[in-house]
Design a protein around this ligand. Structure first.
Ligand code: GLU
Length: 527
């Protein structure tokens, strides 16, 4: 069967990089396997899933080149279908109203008591739970409630599904049975029989069963049924809960592989039962590791740029963001990091997704973006830079040809388009000078004297980088300075900063005569 994967976001307005990485991994896995990549918009939170939020999501996907197959499915259009499924579950005894039945009673999904033949359930063996002394145990169709003691000796109220306690015996302190759950009385409870309250219990003895599955990323996962509860699937206002809507839609869309964040691992244990009771084969699962900050905590807005829009606004290229996000939890296995979309599709394999959290690294992201910028056609870069610089007031008075010369010089040094903010010195005399630079390069008398001579030379030499270089070497020679000793003093005097592109080309770009004026001005300003 052709693999069918989906991205099922709940739009909230901003698109977090964790969400879009889920989309990217689904997209890559689908394209790699020759399967379908389907978009389902889980828009049931009417307050947050506004048209704007949905448009933002679609724009982000489009910007990143995440094209999808088939029509988008909007979850809200499926509400009736979800409620029909809830009714089927009730009719089959797999869901129930926990309280008195009325128009407004919520519906709970029941973890099926008779599940021994489910392929994802297995028997672990006999188990015992010690209770807080004198605990009441209430046994009903909705499960068990009982009290245990925490390691610190505090009473803890527990609630668990009936399916967790196959062949249950509630024992007193002398191991004498106070109550036994046979298949017959389980049947009676499940069909609405009165709850039983057992007092003075000391222990629960039962056959432990667990639900398990092989996650394509996390490996073999399991959870004892006695740690699970029945759960709500339709609210008292009649609206379907996430679990019901999500599973129903996956069935409707014939999804064969679910790739999503590992915050959904716990849900998957429940969903396996829902697929089965709704008559569908559960899909395969791959749960992606969380994206974390340097402290190992979930990466959020507080840690820096966290939304796709933040990166786009900074002028991060979509190809670079796409590539960087593939490296958050996945690796090619052969040390390749900068990879084209085609190379990624070719190499992408869910088996290479790491289990442990993936740390977001803004520096690495910027460096990768720098590699993409450096590889752009210079004419494209000039155009993008010109558009991007429109946000800076200095661009207004800048001549396009001069800007293009600067763009050509700076392309290979640009990591983020926001680096353009520092280009002002090309177009205007610096307003201030880096204090450390001044101390080191504009203060020693010998350097100041040499700078004055360099300015004099700049008054008459040819307007090109080679002539600038020759002039500086000549002054250094004449003044007994070591080779290159004037490079940094000239940079600080002309640009106000201590880092930048080749100083000879920078001077050429700004204009040699203008630089002569700037050097004199800097010497006067720092005298
Ligand atoms: N709407 C859910 C979310 O964004 C979907 C989870 C899933 O992929 O199943 O977390």
């Amino acid at each position: 069967m052709q693999p069918r994967l989906r991205f099922a976001p709940s739009p909230t307005g901003q698109v977090h990089i964790g969400n879009i990485r889920t989309a990217i991994f689904n997209w890559l896995a689908a394209r790699h396997m020759g399967g379908k990549f389907i978009l389902r918009i889980e828009d049931t939170d009417l307050e947050r899933s506004t048209k704007e939020a949905i448009d933002t999501l679609l724009e982000c996907m489009n910007w990143l080149g995440l094209d999808y197959d088939e029509e988008v499915l909007y979850q809200t259009t499926q509400a009736q279908h979800h409620l029909d499924a809830a009714k089927k579950l009730i009719d089959d005894g797999n869901a129930y109203h926990p309280g008195p039945v009325s128009e407004h009673s919520p519906v709970y999904f029941r973890i099926p008591y008779c599940c021994d033949d489910y392929p994802f359930v297995r028997t672990v063996g006999p188990a015992t739970i010690a209770l807080a002394s004198g605990s009441d145990v209430v046994v009903s169709g909705a499960g068990l409630t009982f009290t245990t003691l925490s390691p610190k000796g505090k009473p803890v109220e527990n609630q668990a599904c009936l399916a967790g306690f196959k062949d249950l015996a509630v024992l007193d302190a002398d191991d004498k049975p106070l109550y036994e759950l046979t298949d017959d009385n389980a049947c009676a409870l499940l069909s609405g029989g009165e709850p039983v309250t057992v007092s003075g219990a000391a222990k629960l003895k039962f056959i432990r069963r667990e639900v398990f599955y092989d996650d394509m990323v996390k490996g073999h996962l399991s959870k004892p049924l006695d740690s699970m509860r029945d759960f709500i699937i339709v609210r008292s206002d009649g609206s379907p809960v996430f679990h019901l809507a999500n599973v129903c839609d996956d069935i409707t869309q014939n999804i064969t592989l679910i790739v999503r964040g590992d915050d959904h691992v716990e849900n998957t244990y429940r969903h396996l039962f829902m697929f089965r009771t709704l008559g569908a084969e559960p899909p395969s699962y791959a749960h992606l590791p969380m994206i974390v900050n340097a402290q190992g905590k979930p990466y959020s807005k507080r840690d820096g740029d966290a939304f796709v829009g933040d990166f786009r606004d900074k002028g991060v290229l979509p190809e670079a963001l796409f590539n960087y996000l593939t490296l958050l939890g996945w690796s090619s296995g052969d040390n390749r990091e900068k990879m084209t979309r085609e190379e990624l599709v070719e190499a992408f394999d869910l088996a290479r997704v790491q289990h442990s959290p993936a740390q977001f690294d803004a520096v690495k992201m910027a460096n990768l973006n720098g590699q993409y910028i450096a590889a752009l056609d210079p004419a494209v870069f000039r155009e993008r830079a010109w558009e991007f610089a429109a946000a800076y007031p200095w661009r207004e008075s800048v001549d396009r040809a001069a800007f293009d010369r600067v763009a050509n010089l700076m392309q290979s040094r640009t990591k983020l388009m926001t680096d353009l903010a520092a280009w002002t010195y090309f177009f205007a005399v610096p307003v201030d000078y880096d204090p450390k630079g001044v101390k080191k390069f504009l203060t020693p008398d010998q350097l100041r004297a040499a700078l004055a001579k360099a300015a004099e030379k700049f008054d008459s030499i040819d307007e090109n980088a080679k002539a600038v270089e020759d002039a500086l070497r000549a002054v250094e020679n004449g003044d007994g300075l070591s080779q290159f000793a004037l490079n940094q003093p000239v940079r600080v005097a002309v640009c106000g900063v201590t880092v930048g592109a080749s100083i000879y080309e920078t001077v050429e770009c700004i204009g040699v005569r203008e630089c002569a004026r700037r050097i004199r001005g800097a010497l006067a300003a720092t005298a």
